[in-house]
Design a protein around this ligand. Structure first.
Ligand code: NAD
Length: 454
């Protein structure tokens, strides 16, 4: 079957009701839950083969999070399907106004390599609970996981319901030519632009989950032991190859030395027996990215770490003294290098970060509630945490998405259901009363009456 035929078959199936009734949605979510739960070992093993993702990390971030999301949808989706009654307008009284949430049709989900299960299955949960047919395109940079996803989905779903198309940019380009009813893309801002341009041809709506340079700001009053531990936790998961990893840390100058000494302590506590790539620490995904990160290390002022091994594509968590103008501060790092910037004045750090592209995440370490409020109000960012990193991503009640160059739209929980639904507004009217005032002929008297009212 060609890609064109596949999409046409999905659209026909959708028109014939595939995946739309509540029963079908429940069955699909249950099937997906079984795939993830019963074959967790296969999926985790594939990620280990692809880029040495440690098993506990893989289970926590790729399996448990998806099960949590499925259970949340199973519990709520029937309520979300119900028409929502909204209030009346004096202009249309008497009437009943309702919003119906309808599935969009056949949707395309394109995933990145770094959380290859989570970032294809999390949007899939929303697409299925909202009643769509789906084409999944996992990343070719995690080939073993992509093959497992295809094999598991194909074993439980008909291609008209959920299909998996594997491949690289060329295959994705062919997919992007099709008239999908929605494209959900997770990946780099560079490819996000390509996706949005292709979507424009059919006026297909897009959700773009992209990346950026997410700061961790450490204030002078931060509790340094816990703050440093949580920053390095967020930076060492997946060896920093996480869209919401703290990209750099901006520490108040009074806490610079404390941050360096706590960092040394924290990293030796996290890895008491050293780093074993593929066992307790993730590898860099491929040689190209290993080279890119190694180049950033070449002229860096290294404060801690810095060891690398091309054989195992290992890069040690590395703290680097940096300045705003350094090369490492230009693009998203997407690896275990943590530039350390210092600042001295609240308005200085807020001004700096307000001028940058809005990041996907922002992390603020302070007990000062006034400063917390100012940062939340002044700096645009997708989402984030106070005194933590990453964890805002896990709560299905918090919409997850970026702003500006870090993304467009959001998902997780109820927001996923809405992202894969269209809102249909319907006003129900009785046949009585039927006041003549709305119908022509319209004279001066009506105009006066209108002007008096509005
Ligand atoms: P990527 O943009 O290179 O690839 C993502 C997907 O796009 C893959 O499936 C790939 O096959 C496809 N693709 C690549 N080139 C293409 C092209 N020219 N035309 C059409 N499709 C193409 O991203 P990646 O390297 O897999 O992931 C890293 C990036 O993704 C980082 O920028 C990171 O911040 C971002 N990311 C964002 C989130 C989020 O939730 N916002 C999550 C993970 C990663």
């Amino acid at each position: 079957m060609t890609i064109e035929e596949l999409v046409q078959r999905q659209k026909d199936a959708f028109r014939n009701g595939a995946n739309r009734p509540a029963d079908a949605r429940r069955q699909n979510l249950t099937k997906l839950r079984e795939i993830v739960k019963d074959h967790a070992d296969r999926l985790c093993d594939a990620m280990k083969r692809d880029f040495g993702k440690p098993l506990v990390e893989a289970y926590a971030s790729e399996i448990a999070t998806v099960i949590l999301e499925i259970d949340y949808h199973l519990k709520h989706f029937e309520k979300w399907m119900e028409p929502e009654s909204v209030g009346e307008s004096v202009y249309t009284f008497p009437s009943k106004s309702r919003i119906y949430r309808q599935p969009l049709g056949s949707v395309l989900i394109i995933g990145p390599w770094n959380f290859p299960v989570n970032l294809t299955f999390m949007p899939l949960v929303g697409a299925l609970s909202a009643g769509n047919t789906v084409v999944l395109k996992p990343s070719e940079l995690a080939p073993a996981t992509s093959a497992e996803i295809r094999s598991l989905i194909t074993s439980r779903f008909e291609p008209e319901e959920v299909a998996v198309v594997e491949g690289d940019a060329e295959v994705t380009t062919e997919l992007l030519r099709q008239p999908f009813d929605k494209i959900f893309f997770t990946g780099s801002p560079r490819v996000g632009r390509i996706v949005m341009k292709a979507a424009a041809r059919h006026l297909t709506p897009v959700t773009l989950e992209l990346g950026g340079k997410s700061p961790a700001i450490v204030h002078s009053d931060a509790q340094m032991d816990v703050s440093t531990r949580r920053i390095w936790w967020g930076k060492t998961i997946n060896a920093g190859q996480v869209c919401i990893a703290p990209d750099f840390v901006a520490v108040h100058e009074s806490q610079r030395e404390a941050f360096i000494s706590e960092s040394q302590k924290v990293l030796s506590e996290f890895y008491p027996d050293g780093y074993r790539p593929g066992e307790n620490y993730t590898q860099i995904v491929n040689e190209e990215h290993f080279e890119r990160l190694s180049l950033l290390l070449e002229d860096a002022d290294i404060l801690l770490g810095g060891r690398t091994d091309p054989q195992t594509r290992f890069i040690e968590p590395t703290l680097i003294a940096a300045d705003w103008d350094d090369e490492i501060m230009e693009d998203e790092i997407f690896g275990p290098l943590l530039p350390l910037i210092t600042w001295s004045d609240d308005t200085e750090i807020i001004g700096r970060l307000t001028g940058n592209d809005p990041p996907l995440a922002l992390y603020l370490f302070t007990r000062d509630e006034a400063f917390q409020k100012t940062v939340i109000r002044e700096i645009p960012f997708g989402g984030g945490c106070i005194n933590d990193t990453i964890t805002h991503w896990i709560n299905p009640k918090l919409p997850f998405g970026g702003v500006g160059t870090s993304g467009m739209g959001a998902y997780h929980g109820r927001l996923s259901f809405d992202t894969f639904s269209r809102r249909q507004s319907v006003m129900g009217k009785g046949l009585w009363p039927d006041p003549e005032v709305r119908y022509p002929p319209h004279g001066e008297g009506k105009l006066k009456w209108l002007k008096r009212l509005f």
